[in-house]
Design a protein around this ligand. Structure first.
Ligand code: SF4
Length: 111
């Protein structure tokens, strides 16, 4: 079950095939993310998707559970409002976010 939910980045990229941020101001610029955040956030690495379609972006990891799946923040975000074209927000890439990275570190630390 988890296998089907954790889609491979290559599969999703094949569907999209392009860099979403070409000719746009990327979210890390619009949100003034520091280099350290940009370096950890999956958005900069998986640029073939808009940030709101990626689980575990920095801004989705708020203090309401930090699952990385809550996209309610995106609905009011200027990045989505500017580039989302009113399309429904649907997560398409799982298992690549900061939350997953932190969970892995936690698992290794407990061994
Ligand atoms: S809140 Fe959502 S739409 Fe806004 S920058 Fe973060 S992931 Fe992108």
């Amino acid at each position: 079950m988890a296998e089907t939910k954790t889609r491979k980045a290559a599969e999703v990229k094949e569907e999209r095939g392009v860099n979403f941020w070409i000719d746009k101001s990327p979210c890390w610029d619009l949100c003034n993310c520091p280099e350290m955040i940009k370096g950890e956030c999956p958005v900069a690495k998986y640029q073939f998707l808009p940030c709101w379609e990626i689980e575990g972006t920095y801004c989705k990891l708020d203090d309401r559970g930090a699952t990385g799946k809550d996209t309610s923040i995106c609905e009011t975000c200027r990045v989505y409002k500017k580039y989302g074209n009113g399309q429904p927000i649907v997560l398409k890439l799982f298992g690549k976010g900061i939350n997953t990275h932190l969970e892995e570190l936690d698992r290794v630390a407990r061994k």
